[in-house]
Structures are given as structure tokens and as C-alpha cells.
Write a new protein. Structure first.
Length: 239
């Protein structure tokens, strides 16, 4: 018993003198040096002092180093200018369900908003309403949280109903801010030869939006057309 007490006293003195404890290592390089795995069942608290409990962070945060000698901190993805996906949608149907939208024909396709049709995503796979909302009837996105949004739609046109001699033309797709003022944020136009029965467009736009502002995806074609399957993902970037 006396030997055990002596060993314990010597061990405590060793810790006090060295101020370092090694687990499975005889030469610890830190206050606590573990040569093996570490299992944390509940909280991982960082910071604090001998009278104050450290911070265990919030759900979804990650632990970020502040450099040598400084307490690490819990951070959100947004705070470090990472993109956060806030909307993922798909279009799995064809519009209109019968017939076609009217094309511009002899009118230049790039100059007439009244020939445009809104590309509507009938399936919302993911939506974070803390950032934006989506109206699947009008195809209008409304911003809830101000900041930069990265909008990336994939669009397809269907011209199969058009007869011979009525498929060649120009397709024009664009991302449009609707309010407070209507303006094109990004667009693409491509020309297509006769008997083109299907075509696709990829778009991308990063723009700052204030709360309450709205935007949508718009399409038009020289000949009569239908809008077929596609998708979109929208990400948020902290300003």
C-alpha cells in the first residue's frame, strides 16, 4: 500500500513538473498527447478556463483553427464564404401539355419579352425557406435573406410538334430579375438548323439580391416551342 501511494505521489509530481501527459507515448509533445484514437461521446468543448465551461458549438457548425496558441472556434459554412445550396428543383413534365407556345417567327427573338415563357420546376427536391421561397405556379423565386445567390439552371426545348420547314431558328434563355426592376442577369442565344427537334441551354449567374426581390428563368424561340425536362440549383454566398 505504501508503495502504491509512493508511486502515485511520484506520478503527480511528474505531471506537475512536466505539465505534459502522454498516453502510449513516453515523450508527450503537448499538455495531453494521445498516441491512438479519441472517442467523444457527448460535447466537445473549446475555450473557457478553470471556472468557465468551453463552447460546444451549434448544430451544423465546424471547428476551425485560429492558429498556434489560440483557441479554435466554431464556425458556420456561410461565415467562411462557402456556397450553401438552398434550392434544388427539377422539371419532369412538358409545357404546354398540348400544343406549343407561340414563337417569335419573323420578329427578332432577342427583343420581345411578350413571347417569353417562364421555365417552371414542378419538383422541389430541396428548399431552405430561410433564404428564398418558390412559387411553382408562376415560377417566381422570392428572396428572404439578402446576399449573393448563384443560380444555375439547365433548360431544354422540345420542337417535335413542328412540321418540316418550321424548326430552324434561334433559342434565347435568360435569368431575369423581376422586381424591383425587370432586368436580364444572364442569358444565352443559340442558332439551330432545320429539323432540330430538341436543344438545351446551361446558364449561370451570381448576383446580389435584397430581401423581397424576385427572379425567374425565361425562354423563347423563333419557331413554336415547348419546354421540356431540366433542373436548377441555387446556392447562397455570404456577402
Amino acid at each position: 500500500m505504501k508503495k502504491k501511494l509512493l508511486y502515485m505521489a511520484l506520478f503527480v509530481m511528474f505531471i506537475s513538473l512536466k505539465a505534459q501527459v502522454g498516453i502510449r507515448t513516453p515523450t508527450p509533445q503537448s499538455t495531453l498527447h494521445v498516441n491512438g484514437t479519441l472517442q467523444v461521446v457527448k460535447d466537445l468543448n473549446v475555450g473557457g478556463d478553470d471556472r468557465t465551461k468551453g463552447n460546444s458549438g451549434n448544430k451544423g457548425e465546424f471547428l476551425m483553427s485560429n492558429g498556434a496558441g489560440n483557441t479554435p472556434v466554431w464556425k458556420t459554412i456561410e461565415s467562411e464564404n462557402f456556397l450553401k445550396v438552398v434550392f434544388v428543383g427539377n422539371k419532369t413534365d412538358i409545357n404546354p401539355s398540348s400544343g406549343s407556345f407561340t414563337g417569335t417567327h419573323s420578329t427578332p427573338v432577342s427583343t420581345h419579352e411578350n413571347y417569353s415563357q417562364t421555365y417552371i420546376y414542378n419538383v422541389s427536391n430541396k428548399i431552405d425557406t430561410a433564404y428564398l421561397t418558390y412559387n411553382s405556379t408562376s415560377g417566381l423565386f422570392t428572396v428572404v435573406k439578402p446576399g449573393f445567390y448563384n443560380i444555375v439552371p439547365y433548360i431544354t426545348y422540345d420542337l417535335n410538334l413542328n412540321p418540316n420547314g418550321q424548326t430552324a431558328g434561334t433559342a434565347n434563355s435568360y435569368i431575369q430579375r423581376v422586381s424591383p426592376t425587370q432586368i436580364t442577369l444572364a442569358g444565352i442565344s443559340t442558332g439551330h438548323g432545320e429539323r432540330t427537334t430538341g436543344l438545351n441551354h446551361n446558364l449561370s449567374s451570381i448576383n446580389f439580391f435584397n430581401a423581397g426581390e424576385t427572379f425567374r428563368v425565361r425562354c423563347r424561340y423563333t419557331q413554336d416551342f415547348r419546354l421540356s425536362s431540366g433542373n436548377i440549383h441555387i446556392s447562397y454566398l455570404t456577402p
